[in-house]
Design a protein around this ligand. Structure first.
Ligand code: NAD
Length: 422
């Protein structure tokens, strides 16, 4: 993707509000219910679909999951939520489980919007079915865990119809303090940007046990610890910060070097627990990024700093969002937890991200109801590939260029079939 295409596709995600007609810029159409089918009734999926229900005209009418117990929990949750909102219970005919649940959901004529909240390994497969169905799609990040999936997603992006809206789950771009800072940064408030630093220091995830689970089922339920299923922490979790950098620089990294490893974690899995990545962007802009994902002693900190010739900007998840220098500015309502931030495994963060999901969802529903439609797949792929670049530099312990990454064509296999869960 060239820079112009990126700016075009990225801008929808970047600042959807700016693209909307003035009449819809600050609200959403409350009268036309968008019928939402949730694919993946887990932690994030439940949180986002609940937020859609509470913040927009979308109504959860269908559920799908690989596992019946997750489907049951989803049904209980959304039936209660719908009742509280004066809406109907979910029709049992619109609940699907098993390895073909995603196809059954896609085939349903009673669904307008498919929310894909399954583990990353399945996103592109599920995106393909959802886009082919002609429905609107909200797909969680990352759009692909390897280069093969990324290429496939770019082909799917070309098949999105003008009547469809497709969003990727980079809600940080819609956090009001970040959107306001971005507007100023993009207008040149920092002068010539020379360097960027970013970090994502998160606690370890917790093990999910299920009585009688086979080794394959255990992997699926603990997908976060598994490289093939998650893409590793850089691609699965740290992607939010790398996406902010790509967005603000309107570019992707040209090359990367990286260190890191699995130094502390002892539980099942093969994901690393720390990364230090040095990305080089066009115009010799350097982005130094560090992450950790281990420990249960509390503490969480994530954010981005940009340094330019006339000013610097801070975009932390928690704490002051501000610009220092010639065009000094501060978000008046920044809040900071005393610990530096509170981690939210379901992505529903507080402090500066408190309204990120809500505003992302409203902007998306606006695009469906009033237009213009979104197609964020290519921008989502660009950020996923940027993370894969850092991951490959780390695994290979050498500099990797964007061209090296694409030529390498790395792929990850699950190594088993989902048919056993039919
Ligand atoms: N944007 C954010 O801030 C954010 C935060 C957390 C998670 N996420 C993303 O959301 C997605 C889900 O994460 P989660 O924490 O909810 O995980 P989870 O394990 O809690 O939920 C995943 C659900 O998908 C189901 N599932 C697994 N394979 C499936 C398949 N092939 N077909 C249908 N259903 C399947 C599981 O049974 C489970 O119910 C991931 O892609 C993750 O990266 C995004």
């Amino acid at each position: 993707m060239n820079r112009r295409q990126f700016v075009k596709t990225g801008s929808a995600a970047a600042s959807g509000l700016l693209l909307l007609k003035p009449s819809t810029a600050f609200g959403y159409s409350a009268n036309s219910a968008v019928r939402l089918g949730l694919l993946g009734c887990g932690n994030r999926g439940t949180s986002v679909a609940s937020s859609f229900s509470n913040s927009t005209s979308a109504q959860v009418v269908a559920l799908a999951d690989l596992f019946p117990d997750k489907l049951d929990a989803g049904r209980d949750h959304f039936n209660k939520l719908n009742a509280g909102l004066g809406r109907s219970a979910i029709d049992p005919k619109l609940t699907f489980h098993g390895p073909h649940a995603f196809e059954q959901l896609a085939a349903s004529p009673d669904v307008d919007l498919i929310q894909i909240s399954t583990p990353p390994f399945f996103h592109v497969q599920h995106l393909e079915a959802a886009v082919a169905s002609g429905k609107h799609v909200y797909c969680e990040k990352p759009v692909g865990i390897d280069v093969k999936q990324a290429r496939q997603a770019l082909e799917i992006a070309k098949r999105v119809q003008p009547t469809q809206s497709v969003d990727v789950g980079f809600q940080c771009r819609n956090a009001p303090p970040f959107a306001a800072a971005a507007e100023r940064i993009k207008a040149g408030a920092l002068g010539k940007i020379a360097a960027v630093t970013g970090n994502y220091y998160a606690p370890a995830s917790t093990e999910k046990t299920h009585p009688g689970a086979s080794p394959d089922e255990y992997r699926l339920r603990n997908w976060l610890w598994d490289r093939a299923l998650s893409g590793d922490i850089l691609v699965e979790q740290n992607i939010h910060i790398i996406d902010l950098c790509n967005w603000l620089l309107a570019a992707h990294p040209l090359k990367a070097t990286a260190t890191g490893g699995r130094n502390v974690l002892t539980h099942y899995g093969n994901c690393w627990d720390n990364y230090q990545v040095h990305f080089t962007y066009p115009d010799d802009v350097h982005f130094s990024f560090a992450s950790t994902q281990f420990g249960s002693y509390g503490g969480f900190d994530a954010g981005l700093h940009l340094f330019g010739s006339t000013g610097s900007a801070a975009l932390p998840y928690s704490g002051a969002v501000q610009i220092l220098g010639a065009q000094a500015w501060a978000w008046q309502n920044s809040t900071a937890s005393s610990t530096g931030g509170t981690f939210a495994a379901n992505g529903a963060f507080s402090d500066n991200l408190a309204f990120a999901d809500r505003d992302k969802e409203r902007t998306f529903i606006d695009s469906i109801v009033s237009g213009p439609k979104h197609n964020q797949i290519a921008a989502g792929v660009e950020t996923a590939l940027s993370c894969m670049l850092g991951r490959m530099a780390g695994y290979l312990q050498r500099e990797v260029t964007w061209e090296d990454l694409l030529a390498h064509g790395e792929t990850y296999d699950l190594g088993f079939s989902l048919d056993q869960f039919a």
